[in-house]
Write a protein that binds this ligand. Structure first.
Ligand SMILES: Nc1ncnc2c1ncn2[C@@H]1O[C@H](COP(=O)(O)OP(=O)(O)O)[C@@H](O)[C@H]1O
Ligand SMILES: [Mg+2]
Length: 278
């Protein structure tokens, strides 16, 4: 692995400058990002919205260092990462970024503890420290008593909380969440948003793709994409009453199927197209 470190400077954490992404489709060029300029600051909570094909996934993949721009610059915490090679981008993801996917991307054969520990394995942590960290994170997301369970023994909301714990192992600078409530019923989605709001209140920068206005309402700022560029940015106080009136005992409507995922390494390595479709 090449040595990549991010300098700490100022409040900007994510900055795109004249960002273009052009896919070659045979003889045709698909301009998925068309000169986007935007800055996200540390501690922000952004929702990226927009119709299908507007460039949300492309933008998320670039911001999450899963893909590179065709031209323009991407500054992550002040460092231009737009020309880094694949190994360096992988290392950035492993050390500085957290990912949460619509389909959870847990490994079905592994226990909750092992799923959470996986990034620490790649970071070279020893077993004792990793187990301790996994336990703390499981407790933080309310699953301290589920460490020995496997994903199939959990509800959808619990699986997503495991995925959140896993995303937190490296104490990420930014959490990228792609339709994090897309496979969950409304009440469970609210619980997941509670967790994301709490993390944001603890200082984590959160960038989330969603097409649900109710979910986007939890963000401080909503970026609406259209035709590969920013249509408009809405700023405003997010919903703070996270439990709607009458929110009673937990009701989870069945367990969504876990997608056949080869693991977090693969999830981090390959831009998972399907998980980004919205
Ligand atoms: N790997 C790819 N190859 C070719 N075209 C792509 C690829 N990924 C996305 N596109 C095209 O780029 C545009 C934006 O896609 P995408 O970022 O997935 O939008 P959204 O997530 O908003 O639905 C679409 O026209 C899409 O067909
Ligand atoms: Mg998409």
């Amino acid at each position: 692995m090449s040595a990549v470190s991010l300098p700490k400077n100022g409040r900007e954490i994510v900055k795109l400058e004249d960002a273009w992404k052009i896919y070659q489709m045979g003889t045709e060029d698909v301009k998925a990002l068309r000169g986007v300029n935007v800055t996200f600051e540390k501690g922000d909570f952004w929702a990226i919205m927009g119709p299908s094909g507007s460039g949300k996934s492309t933008m998320m993949n670039v911001l999450g260092c899963l893909d590179r721009l065709s031209s323009g610059a991407y500054y992550l915490d002040g460092k231009d990462v737009s020309r880094l090679d694949d190994d360096s981008l992988s290392e950035l993801r492993l050390r500085y970024l957290g990912f949460i996917f619509q389909s959870f991307n847990l490994i079905p054969q592994l226990t909750v503890q092992r799923n959470i520990e996986l990034p620490l394995y790649y970071l070279g942590w020893d077993a004792v420290r990793s187990a301790q960290r996994a336990k703390e994170l499981a407790e933080q997301v309310g699953l301290g008593d589920r460490l020995g369970h496997r994903p199939t023994e959990l509800s959808g909301g619990q699986m997503q909380r495991v995925a959140i714990a896993r995303a937190l192992t490296n104490d990420p600078q930014v959490i990228f969440a792609d339709e994090p409530t897309g496979n969950l019923d409304t009440a469970t989605g609210v619980q997941i948003m509670d967790v994301l709001v709490k993390l944001n209140e603890q200082g984590k920068t959160v960038v989330m793709v969603t097409h649900e206005p109710d979910i986007a309402a939890y963000a401080h700022r909503r970026l609406h994409m259209i035709d590969g560029n920013i249509d408009r940015i809405e700023e405003g106080t997010r919903v703070t009453a996270v439990h709607p009136a009458g929110f009673g005992p937990r009701k989870e409507l069945g367990t969504p199927a876990v997608s056949p995922v080869e693991g977090i390494a693969a999830a981090h390595r390959d831009a998972p197209r399907a998980a980004h479709e919205a």
